[in-house]
Design a protein around this ligand. Structure first.
Ligand code: ADP
Ligand code: MG
Length: 673
């Protein structure tokens, strides 16, 4: 693998701008990257000013036709990093699917499909289709029939449509696995390997992931052809004295949150950071429409004009600037009390640079970061590299805002008490109050209303306050969702619900039992490892090992009924670092209602299943001592019928781990899945 880390180039860049905020020399622009004119045009329309680091490095590699491993945290602009070059270089004539992007969730599939849509707006006869579970098959199939060149999908639905021969991948020229570690976490690794095994050998492949856990790296090693590896690392930063908070975007739009925040935060001047020029314009216009004194600052505004805007902020004609990173570089205005990261910065370096715009000249400063649920990792990365905790915050409620407005209004009145030009007004009031029937409070209320103007002082309370969430809530909701996904997976395949074992094709007369073992997809287990462990430890030929199903936390395996002795050994056999803990599948459900817990049923009803029916040996039924006599499994006929060669307890170590290299022994069969 060709490894390119960012250290060398970046250190140079860091030195060039060390300590100062001068614009970086030889900053690469989108024009320098070799993208097609049509794609560049779309990027310009979107208002992207400069490529992010991963874009700067990945785009030329992908244009050059190389496979790629891209490691960069969330929010670093990975989508454009692969979409822009792929859209630039791929020949889209014809209706075949040329690019397949695999993502873990429906939301991401839609989001990335939308990005492709935006980047491809100047390409003709070009279509992108997101495909994901839970949506109608018909619509997706119809679209596929009409012809789409890019499919962005979740693994389950992609496989479904491939198996139904609705999604033809034989003309693929590129495949992208995005959010690799997330796909691993959600148990999609086997699905991905299946997809990869079906697509043409000759294709370009890109793998993006925020982290590189081992199983992901394994997939990379197996399927990528001499990939270029790009890693964007966050560098450690020096601590800042600015108070830092984050708001988890939820319950309301960011722009509404921004307005609420600006109502109650005691600020002098505020710098709001967004990602694009267009966003700078849009956010600034929306805030201005709500009565805030603000303007936009970005790279399309001529330098002279920019200086004027900054001057206005400095002398108080403006209180709020909505800026891009490029335009705000080096901005030095003492009045800035607050930096709001309306959009998350690409990296912690940029974050530190942004928040450094406040707390200047030894004053206090506040930094607030808007962060969406899926950007959590970026938050942790910033915390880690700045060695500072960023505290969660909630947006003010309507009550908070109203209370604040009333307080501010009161204060304004009280502040006016000391003024020395009140005399003429006091005379008027005294005259009015000569009329005894007028209550002074009423009179003041009239004046207060006049002073407030036409707008009501407080805002109306909505029937329900927007619900804001936190990461803990999201975690538990997610756990619930994962469980549901698991359940759906089980239900999707009716046979998996069955506790009946399938007979062996070659030995239909052998009575089979469905067993459950305590390793599953989450442990990264492969059918081969289970076969390996059972064949070796149980001393059974693998041809007698039947159907295997892998689930999230456990797996099932169909085996000939096994003697206790064999069971005892198998229960202790290690796979993926865990004991197999083998037990009858139906028994587990009956006993505890909770597969995976409790002990293997000993004695009781379970016993006859193993012994008495078949061998009629009374001493092995209910009351029989299991340690007493051993069944003779060496009898030839029985061996044939049972598949097991007998009690090998004495000849096998107590436990052995088949999760590692051992799993790759040649077995006759590798299960079915
Ligand atoms: P990731 O996949 O790394 O989490 P995304 O590709 O989703 O990040 O990009 C995050 C956001 O940044 C998107 O809203 C995208 O439009 C924006 N973005 C990406 N590249 C740029 C750029 N060069 N300039 C401005 N905004 C960008
Ligand atoms: Mg992404």
């Amino acid at each position: 693998m060709t490894e390119q880390t960012n250290s060398a180039g970046e250190n140079a860049a860091a030195e060039a701008s060390a300590g100062t905020a001068a614009p970086k020399e030889n900053q690469v622009s989108f024009n320098d990257l070799g993208l097609s004119d049509k794609v560049l045009h779309a990027v310009t329309d979107l208002g992207f000013e400069l490529p992010s680091k991963i874009q700067e490095r990945a785009i030329p590699v992908i244009l050059g036709g190389h496979d790629l491993i891209g490691q960069a945290q969330t929010g670093t602009g990975k989508t454009a990093a692969f979409a822009l070059p792929l859209l630039s270089k791929t020949d889209f004539t014809g209706k075949d699917v040329r690019i397949l992007v695999i993502l873990p969730t429906r939301e991401l599939a839609i989001q990335v499909a939308e990005a492709f849509q935006q980047f491809s707006k100047y390409l003709e006869d070009f279509h992108v289709l997101p495909i994901y579970g839970g949506a109608s098959y018909e619509t997706q199939i119809r679209a596929l029939k009409r012809g789409v060149q890019v499919v962005v999908g979740t693994p389950g639905r992609v496989i479904d449509l491939m198996k139904r021969e609705k999604l033809d991948t034989s003309h693929l020229s590129a495949i992208v696995l995005d959010e690799g570690d997330e796909m691993l976490r959600m148990g999609f690794i086997d699905d991905i390997e299946w997809i990869l095994s079906q697509i043409p050998e000759e294709r370009q492949m890109m793998l993006f992931s925020a982290t590189m856990p081992k199983p992901i790296r394994k997939v990379a090693e197996r399927y990528l052809h001499s990939p270029v590896e790009i890693r964007i690392e966050s560098k450690t930063q020096t601590a800042s004295t600015v108070r830092q908070r984050y708001w988890l975007v939820s319950g309301m739009h960011k722009i509404d949150a921004m307005a609420r925040l600006l109502e109650v935060e005691p600020y002098d001047a505020v710098l709001i950071f967004v990602r694009t020029k267009n966003d700078a314009e849009e956010v600034s216009q929306k805030l201005a429409a709500r009565g805030f004194a603000c303007d936009a600052l970005h790279g399309d505004i001529p330098q002279k004009m920019r200086e004027k805007i900054v001057d206005k902020l400095r002398n108080g004609q403006l209180d709020i600037l909505v800026a891009t990173d490029v335009a705000a570089r080096g901005l030095d205005v003492d009045r800035i009390t607050h930096v709001i990261n309306y959009d998350i910065p690409y990296d912690s370096e940029t974050y530190v640079h942004r928040i450094g715009r406040t707390g200047r000249a030894g004053r206090e400063g506040d930094a607030i970061l808007f962060i969406s649920p899926r950007e959590r990792r970026a938050l942790r990365t910033i915390e880690q590299s700045t060695h500072q905790k960023i505290e969660p915050m909630k947006m003010p409620t309507t009550d908070d805002i109203n209370k604040h407005r009333v307080e501010a209004f009161k204060q304004k009145i009280l502040d006016g008490l000391g003024a020395d030009d009140l005399e003429p007004y006091a005379e008027i009031i005294a005259e009015i109050l000569e009329d005894d029937s007028i209550d002074p409070t009423d009179l003041c209320a009239v004046l207060a209303k006049m002073a407030n103007g036409n707008e009501p002082l407080t805002i109306e309370k909505p029937a329900e306050e927007p619900e804001q969430t936190d990461f803990d809530e999201i975690d538990s909701a997610r756990a619930g969702r994962m469980e549901k996904i698991e359940q759906e997976k089980i239900e999707r395949d009716g046979r998996r619900l069955s506790t009946e074992a399938m007979p062996l094709r070659d030995f239909p007369d052998i009575k089979m039992v469905k067993y459950r073992v305590a390793v599953g997809r989450r442990d990264g287990v492969k059918p081969g490892q289970i076969v390996g462990a059972i064949a070796n430890e149980g001393d059974i030929e693998s041809k007698y090992i039947g159907h295997i199903d892998i689930f999230g936390s456990f797996s099932t395996v169909d085996l000939p009924e096994m003697p206790d002795e064999v069971h005892d050994i198998l229960a202790r056999a290690m796979v993926c670092g865990k004991p197999l803990d083998i037990r009858g599948y139906d028994q587990v459900e009956e006993d505890s209602g909770e597969p995976g817990r409790g002990d293997f049923p000993r004695g009781g009803r379970s016993r006859p299943r193993f012994f008495s029916e078949r061998h009629g040996r009374g001493d092995y039924s209910d009351k029989g001592s299991r340690r007493g006599g051993k069944p003779d499994f060496r009898g030839d006929d029985r061996r044939e019928r049972s598949g097991f060669r007998g009690d090998r307890k004495d000849r096998f170590p107590k436990s052995r781990d088949f999760g590692g290299r051992r799993g790759s022994r040649p077995f006759n069969r590798s299960g079915s899945r």
